[in-house]
Design a protein around this ligand. Sequence first.
Ligand code: FAD
Length: 595
Amino acid sequence: MTAPYKAPLRDMEFVYYELLEGNKISQLPGFEDAETETVKAVLEEAAKFAENVFLPLNQSGDEQGCTLEDGVVTLPDGFKEAYDQYTEGGWTGLTEEPQYGGMGLPYSVSVLIAEMLSSTNQSLSMYAGLTHGAAKAIHACGTDEQKNTYLPKFVEGTWTGTMCLTEPQCGTDLGLISTKAEPQDNGTHKLTGTKIFISCGEHELTENIIHLVLARLPDAPPGIKGISLFLVPKYLINDDKSSGERNPVTCGAIEHKMGIKGSVTCVINLDDAEGYMIGEKNKGMQAMFVMMNSARLGTGVQGMAAGEQAYQGAVEYARDRIQMRSLTGPKHPDKKADPIIVHPDVRRMLLTMRAYTEGCRAMTVWIAQELDQLARNPDPARREEADDLASLLTPVIKAFNTDTGFDSTNMGVQVFGGHGFISEHGMEQFVRDVRIAQLYEGTNGIQALDLVGRKMNMHQGRLLKRFFVPVAKYIAQESENAEMNEFIQPLSTAFTQLQQATGWIAKNAPANPDNAGSASVDYLRMFGLVTVGYMWARMAQIALAKQAGDETAFYKAKIKTARFYMQKLLPQTASLLATVEAGSDSLMDFDEGYF
Ligand SMILES: Cc1cc2nc3c(=O)[nH]c(=O)nc-3n(C[C@H](O)[C@H](O)[C@H](O)COP(=O)(O)OP(=O)(O)OC[C@H]3O[C@@H](n4cnc5c(N)ncnc54)[C@H](O)[C@@H]3O)c2cc1C
């Protein structure tokens, strides 16, 4: 029995148009077609597609998984047909450039669609998701010929892309990559090596698969500065762009894993496989970062998508399941017991899931709209601002959304009691599926190091100021607004604590870098809590202004969820500040032998 799911279209539209600047996005050059009516119609169609095509395959895909026989991977029943419907519906080209056949819609719209697809079937959504990332890297760093060859096929959905970084000896530390690329007289390269954990690395969904592979040239300097990026097609490409001879890039094995069982995870062997360099020699990481940043946001989307899905399942169950009476006397005296939704602890879990999910959606769409500004705004100063905010908040979105998304799926199981542990209800699958999102695309620990070690200091703290200045201004501006006091006060307290933690790290990390390392995860969590708190204060303000005549209680529920967030979730920043300021001694002054 698949857990119920209805795409949260009302909330998506609220975030996109009422909280954020969706109307301004359609005024940017190139996004003129993204008028409100078009965007709403696209989201409605995507919702139907996700609910009717992706959702019915989620549980069966998990049960069946993928198999490998004689080098051929078979995906769960129905995946090929669903993918074909996806491409026939034009979904693969939604945000790609019109010159390559795409519809050129804003990235921020695709984030909402990606959420619906991931909520309904995280595994299946990955085949197209990685292809978008590959397209972005080729678009940013490829030659015109490469763009004209690959991008139209990605738009059509007839080829998919992969991202081949990881090797047995290296995951986080890509400087250890050993796959070799030998230059050939005709300008191509021959690649040899083994990649592991490659998502969607082999399948029969499409006529070709284009691997983006990190490898090392013979004269490359050691470490991260000696890595180049190559396009390695499964089938070599004929002059007429049809698929030709098989390239020796093959699937040696597939992994048996905890979740996302419908997304095949492959060992990919390259045995003198033909590849084409993309971007500059030894600058592969720069090109790959384009793909990784897009994939990091995409992973953040998976986190909130899982939270939404688990929330919906848990709410329905909590209304139905009757156990015990309310502490304050029967609420449903006609029944033998009250539904569990009356109990404070069940409400704590439901509201936590809701407050994180809606808050993360607001934060994620905000940054997605900033990326649209970065892509299209003619004003360089506005583009720089957008770039700074997106760079700063990408690791926060990746880690905070997936940590809270995982917690939400776990609470979803808890709301179901023992029934949550039973596969039939579908709740335990969400926990298993979303768990990977905290690990891949750089573990959440690595996201925290990126925030503290790189983003915090970048351009002499300019990125931080891009966030701190508007938040401080907003708090100051609303501090006299009595109606907003209950939201602004907690936000102000948490924001002050975040600034204090920032100051502590800036002061204590230079003398002892372990202080930054030990503070990083707590600091990122504080950052996420405050950013989402800022979103909640602004959402509450809009809802307060619109609550009169609010027949569906949408705005009333927003205000009450904001109140819950401010009172019950945001104050975590106080204890996080204490742990940041406790420094690294208790971690590092523990002899390795004591473990
Ligand atoms: C299902 C699945 C799909 C995947 N898909 C892909 C894919 O499509 N393409 C691809 O290239 N890879 C893929 N990966 C690989 C994934 O990105 C890596 O597993 C991940 O980046 C972590 O690398 P690792 O497993 O080698 O862990 P390690 O790098 O060995 O890290 C182990 C632990 O040490 C911590 N750690 C490491 N270095 C530091 C440090 N400096 N400071 C603090 N902590 C540190 C990490 O946070 C982690 O907790 C996938 C993995 C899985 C399981």
